[in-house]
Design a protein around this ligand. Sequence first.
Ligand code: SAM
Length: 214
Amino acid sequence: MVSDQLERRGIRDPRVLRCMASVPRELFVPGAAAFAYDDRALPIEAGQTISQPYIVARMTELLALDRGARVLEIGTGSGYQAAILACMGATVVSIERHAELAARARERLGQLGVSGVEVRVGDGSRGDVVGAPWDGIIVTAAAPSLPEALREQLAVGGRLVVPVGPRAQQDLVVVERRGEDEWTERSDGPVVFVPLVGEGGWQEGGSGAPGFGG
Ligand code: SAM
């Protein structure tokens, strides 16, 4: 997976490659361990997905985290991305709207002895003002438009990585806060994610068919 799917497609950060090699992805893929290292998103409980390995690696790389960074993840899912962030030396708060998924993720992270990850249940689409400012915010579900509340919760120098766009396909948007009132924004390319459902995302209902990315 690391050489064929990640290095070959341009993932360069050695810390990301090391973490992707060391976190056992099969433990996060319920009932589909044989496919754990396939180059695609896979189904997990509650009709959700664990993202494609390349997308997990790319989003992690785009966060450009220093050791000890405080990161907010929205969309815990299986807990795999959170485990990668913890492996990168980050302290993570991860919010998941499905209680069932949050419980399973906590269990897996506990079994693996991953520390520094707090999994919460709730609508993370507005972020977490109390814990702000965040050095990194990663949204692993697709927002219809750039969530302004999340931009505001970045620390100066922090980065927000979020899929933004219509349900069928989105842009992976990277926002960097350069100063109190200065942000830059760019697209890292097309992705397909399940929808961010909540106050700052899509309304519940409608088609949320998962794609190849997440
Ligand atoms: N990061 C996950 C992993 O490593 O397995 C994959 C996440 S999956 C592609 C997207 C997740 O976002 C789903 O578990 C979904 O329930 C969750 N989600 C969607 N809207 C949310 C919201 N408003 N707040 C928190 N979680 C949300």
